[in-house]
Write a protein that binds this ligand. Structure first.
Ligand code: GRF
Length: 205
């Protein structure tokens, strides 16, 4: 039977840690109608669970470490070279704990997922910061990456109530459950439909 699905979008996922968001995307690609092929997984460090997940699914991996380059600009150029080899339509930063540089951002549309309701609590300690502030609702944000720290145009947000006895771990675990579904939804829609950007407003047709 001929397939009625258009060619899937080529997606590279960037990771630094556990890779539960990566796993959610991998699981979604089991359905050809999802419209995504994960063509590679890239990391800024070795020996992480996220890379094991990719290998388990026979997805090519690469590692570009900041410490192997004289400065951030050289690291960014090396990452851009690796990405170019896979010709992605979309790059997804899923728990990638580095600020992307000019070259990568010039070459690619990049989606990031963040475990707070931006613009509240940007940065690497979002869940702890939200708890310390005492907010009663936090959540997660998917956004396009620009040159700032978690400042790019917002694609999707989902709210998660904070419980009285939450620790960073329990709150982050509940946020991740919601984050996985949000990321799968938004990456699939971007892959299948593309997007237009007017000022900070993103439209996915
Ligand atoms: C996610 O909550 C992401 O938003 C944050 O770090 C976490 C990564 O989790 N930046 P994982 O590696 O996808 O499990």
């Amino acid at each position: 039977m001929p397939s009625h699905h258009a060619a899937p979008a080529r997606v590279v996922v960037l990771v630094s840690g556990t890779g539960s968001n990566l796993q959610a995307l991998i699981d979604a690609t089991a359905d050809p109608g999802y419209g995504v092929e994960i063509v590679a997984v890239g990391a800024d460090r070795d020996a992480i669970l996220a890379l094991e997940r990719a290998e388990r699914h026979q997805i090519p991996t690469f590692v570009v470490r900041v410490g192997d380059h004289p400065d951030r600009t050289a690291w960014d150029a090396a990452l851009a070279t690796q990405l170019a080899a896979y010709g992605p339509d979309l790059v997804v930063s899923a728990g990638f704990m580095k600020i992307l540089g000019e070259q990568v951002l010039a070459d690619h549309t990049v989606v990031n997922t963040h475990p707070a309701l931006l613009p509240a609590f940007p940065g690497a300690h979002a869940v702890a910061d939200a708890l310390a502030y005492g907010v009663r609702v936090s959540g997660c944000t998917a956004h396009l990456v620009d040159s700032g720290v978690d400042t790019g145009p917002i694609l999707a947000q989902r709210a998660v109530p904070v419980e009285d006895d939450d620790t960073e771990d329990t709150l982050h675990a509940r946020i991740k459950d919601v984050e996985h579904a949000m990321l799968v939804d938004v990456v699939g829609r971007l892959a299948r439909h593309g997007h237009t950007l007017t000022d900070r407003k993103v439209t996915i047709p």
